[in-house]
Each structure stands twice: as C-alpha cells, then as structure tokens.
Design a protein around this ligand. Structure first.
Ligand code: SF4
Ligand code: FES
Length: 202
C-alpha cells in the first residue's frame, strides 16, 4: 500500500492508503475526541464527536474522522470555533442521557458544554454501541444487543447467552463511556440468578 501525504493541523502526516483521518491523526500524535471508536472494531461513525474539517483545493466540508479515509493532498483541521460548537452540542445532548459520566464531563469541560442544557432523560446509555459491537466483532458471542428503537433504544443482555458467556468475560465493562453497562450487567445478573434454569447453565 502506498503512502498518502495529508496535512493535519498544519503538520505533514504520511498515512497509509485506507487509513481513516482519525488513525492518521493518532499516528502523528494529534488527538481527536471520540466516544464510539475502538481500534479493534470496524468504523462506526455513531457519536460524531470526532468531526473535523477537510479541504481539498477550493472545497471543504465537515466529516466524521473515524470513518472518512485519507486522500492525497487533504488538509484537515481538527479544531475550530465551528467544530468546537458542534462538539459542545453533541456533548450537551449526550449529557442529558448520562449526566454523571466522567468521560462526558471531562469532554464537557474542554468544550464548555453545559450538562444541564437539555432536560434529563437519564437512560445512562448514549448508544455508542461499543459493548454490542465488541461482543459481536471481537468476542463473537452477541450476548448484548440493542432493543427497541429511537429514543426508547437501549442495550440488553440476552439472558441465555449472558448466563453462559459473560461471567468470565466482562471485557465490555471498561469500554462503556457512561459506566452504565456495569449496572445493566448487574441487573441482568440478578435476573439470571433469580431464574433457576439459567443458574444451572452458569
Ligand atoms: S451501555 Fe455503554 S458501551 Fe453500551 S451502548 Fe450504552 S453507552 Fe455504549
Ligand atoms: S468516534 Fe467517530 S463518530 Fe464516534
């Protein structure tokens, strides 16, 4: 694969063909905030916090850097007033769901986001999908999935699978940006423990 030269925040970066802007930036030590990205998982592009501006010649646009792949002569800006405003809004919306998430609060401080701007709908899950995708793509177990749609969408452990697979794994816990997964697991665990047929499969 050939190298592609891009400019990120004024710095020349040699990226490999097929790399995303996020990967190219990270390889050059340039940090872009993410909530739904994980290096072991396929690009997802769900949270949009990693938005950046790209420019080639006369045209420019804002793109999701964890999905957008590098092109020759691309000029990337990872921080601007507009980018910060977009990230601030995303964080304020997410904080309505998970107001106590340390990760969100740290980003909120950086981008001046007001955690009380929107009415609280504390589901404690921001739908980043990290737990669901990790269990699918890395563990290949599909013990956790999304149920329902739209604003009612939430994660749920599949009791039959969770009873068999989760006890000795729990690798998804540390991925969750809101730390809600652990609570969900504890809930699932208590439900499973209360059901004799699942208990015997443990
Ligand atoms: S429980 Fe956590 S890791 Fe799973 S989708 Fe929700 S926020 Fe993401
Ligand atoms: S990290 Fe890129 S969209 Fe979430």
């Amino acid at each position: 694969m050939s190298d592609i030269l891009v400019k990120i925040d004024g710095k020349d970066v040699e990226a490999r063909e097929g790399m995303t802007i996020l990967e190219a930036a990270q390889s050059a030590g340039i940090s872009i905030p993410t909530l739904c990205h994980h290096e072991k998982l396929e690009p997802f592009g769900g949270c949009r916090l990693c938005i950046v501006k790209v420019q080639v010649g006369d045209w420019s646009k804002h793109v999701v850097s964890c999905v957008y792949t590098v092109e020759e002569d691309l000029i990337v800006t990872t921080r601007s007033e507009k980018i910060d405003q977009i990230r601030k809004m995303i964080l304020e919306l997410q904080l309505a769901h998970a107001p106590d998430s340390p990760e969100l609060l740290a980003f909120a401080e950086e981008y001046g986001a007001d955690k009380d701007r929107f009415e609280k709908e504390a589901s404690f899950c921001i739908h980043c999908g990290l737990c669901v995708r990790y269990c699918d793509e890395v563990k290949k177990k599909n013990a956790v999935g999304f149920v329902d749609r739209g604003i009612r969408k939430e994660i749920s452990f599949i009791p039959e699978v969770a009873a068999r697979e989760c006890w000795n794994c729990k690798e998804c816990f540390e991925l969750c940006p809101t730390e809600a997964l652990q609570a969900a697991y504890v809930l699932a665990e208590s439900l499973i423990s209360a059901t004799p047929s699942f208990k015997s499969e443990k």
